[in-house]
Design a protein around this ligand. Structure first.
Ligand code: AMP
Ligand code: ZN
Length: 455
């Protein structure tokens, strides 16, 4: 079954395939703003996108190019740097490193290119220059440059925002608040003239010193690293308008070409039924959950448990359920014989569900149908392929103890498998080996736990 995903412009499911003759699949995913730790809502979007990346890797091996940007200059990053009296680059480096560590813990594959807005000022200025020359942009009195929305007939097609709604949209009102210089309230900033609040965070341009507006960075970085037309562009549903609508307007007016063949948006995560916010006290980071004793892999599992195109309500109970499901999967894997024929795709239905518009609940259903069947023809190759697609690293499943060395986990897995095979002598020998290395293994019904031996 081909890989099909909902497409936001056409509102239909469409097959994903590379459009260009080189067969490379060009994938752009809007990345984080690096001024604070990403929250678990952000990670829902990034984990969903990681499953897309994995499915693409399986479908077009060695022919996927995945770009995800880092927004390292905007109001929030600058404000944080000013508040902390630190250079902007220090702040954004700190939160970029943290983002990488969290993504690794959640077993997200790194993008092939991770460009930054500050690293692509020239590319952004070049695009704005073309838009000025083509009459799609104008310079206001203060030196800011705006995109003229009325110059692009297709504006509003992605989000289906009609002109009147456009005028009323609160997002636009907010954007309008800092710009009385605009000819029309719907126009948006491509270049922001330097203000005292911005400190040293300004660059030279043909229109004076300033910094790029947010939207232009994705158009410029996508063009630089993937070319003028890409195969897939994704992000959370809040990016549909105005961010992606603006990206389409800028890119298509500048390049005179279709920007993206396929747009995909995943829905938001709610916590305890509400939008996450600091003031409600329901905003979690990965570290908050680790401090409660949950593993990053359980969070990944819980974030994938709901259909990505439906809002997902996160609860701590869902993490308990995820830990227990991972336990079952881990024990199941340990019970599979090491060598299998790979002749039969026992877990093929997992991939089939994922290929059907990323039906992750269907994929978990298919996985557990086989796991709960027990016995029969087990196929480790097929199981591992399904786990790869979902990005579930079972060795990491029981680990808020991220400090258990991989060699110890490997020994423990081996001992668990020996026990399942009723090889008591082998299991005993491995327990001794673990003890000699300073670890004790506590056996449960469905799996085990590792604890360091007290000295
Ligand atoms: P930001 O760092 O704010 O640019 O957001 C990074 C990504 O997280 C974007 O794709 C957003 O759409 C997404 N996002 C923000 N809030 C949530 C949420 N509550 N649930 C799911 N995705 C979110
Ligand atoms: Zn973007």
């Amino acid at each position: 079954m081909p890989l099909r995903l909902h497409e936001s412009l056409s509102r239909t499911q469409r097959e994903l395939k590379p459009a260009q003759p080189d067969g490379v699949f060009r994938f752009y995913n809007c990345g984080p703003t690096v001024y604070a730790p990403a929250h678990i809502g952000n990670f829902r979007t990034f984990v969903v996108n990681d499953v897309i990346r994995r499915l693409l890797e399986l479908e077009f091996p060695g022919k996927v190019k995945h770009v995800r940007n880092l927004t390292d200059v905007d109001d929030k990053t600058i404000r944080r740097a000013q508040d902390e009296k630190r250079p902007l680059v220090d702040v954004t480096k700190q939160w970029t490193d943290k983002f990488h560590a969290d993504c690794d813990a959640l077993n997200c594959l790194r993008p092939h290119v991770e460009p930054t807005a500050t690293g692509h000022i020239k590319e952004q200025v070049d695009m704005i220059d073309v838009l000025m020359k083509k009459g799609n942009a104008y310079r206001a009195g203060d030196g800011s440059v705006y995109f003229k929305v009325s110059s692009f007939d297709d504006y509003g097609r992605l989000s289906r925002v009609k002109e009147r709604e456009l005028q009323a949209s609160s997002a636009l009102k907010a954007a309008a608040a800092d710009a009385d210089e605009k000819e029309d309230a719907t126009d948006f900033a491509l270049w922001k003239a330097h203000k005292a609040d911005d400190g040293d965070n300004a660059w030279d341009s043909p229109w004076g010193r300033g910094r790029p507006g947010w939207h232009i960075e994705c158009s410029a970085m996508s063009k630089k690293h993937l070319g003028e037309t890409i195969d897939l562009h994704t992000g959370g549903v809040d990016l549909l308008f105005p961010h992606h609508e603006n990206e389409i307007a800028q890119s298509q007016c500048c390049n005179g070409k279709l920007f993206a063949h396929h747009w995909y948006h995943s829905e938001h995560l709610l916590v305890d039924g509400k939008k996450m916010s600091k003031s409600l006290g329901n905003l979690y980071t990965l570290d908050d959950l680790k401090a409660k004793g949950f593993s990053p892999m359980a969070l990944r599992y819980a974030l994938l448990a709901g259909h990505p195109r439906k809002q997902l309500n996160f609860t701590l109970d869902s993490l308990h359920a995820a830990e227990s499901a991972l336990h079952t999967l881990r024990a199941y894997r340990a019970s599979l014989p090491a060598a299998t024929t790979g002749a039969h795709d026992t877990f093929g239905h997992v991939l089939t569900a994922l290929h059907d518009d990323l039906n992750t609940p269907g994929a978990f259903g298919a996985l557990f149908t086989v796991v709960n069947r027990k016995g029969g023809e087990a196929d480790q190759t097929s199981f591992d392929r399904a786990l790869f697609a979902l990005g579930l690293d079972l060795r990491a499943a029981d680990l808020p103890k991220a400090d258990v060395p991989a060699a110890i986990t490997a020994l423990a897995d081996k001992r668990w498998a020996a026990k399942q095979a009723k090889d008591w002598a082998g299991a005993d020998a491995l327990r001794k080996e673990l003890a000699a290395a300073g670890w004790s293994m506590l056996d449960g019904k469905d799996g085990y736990k590792l604890e360091p031996l007290k000295k």
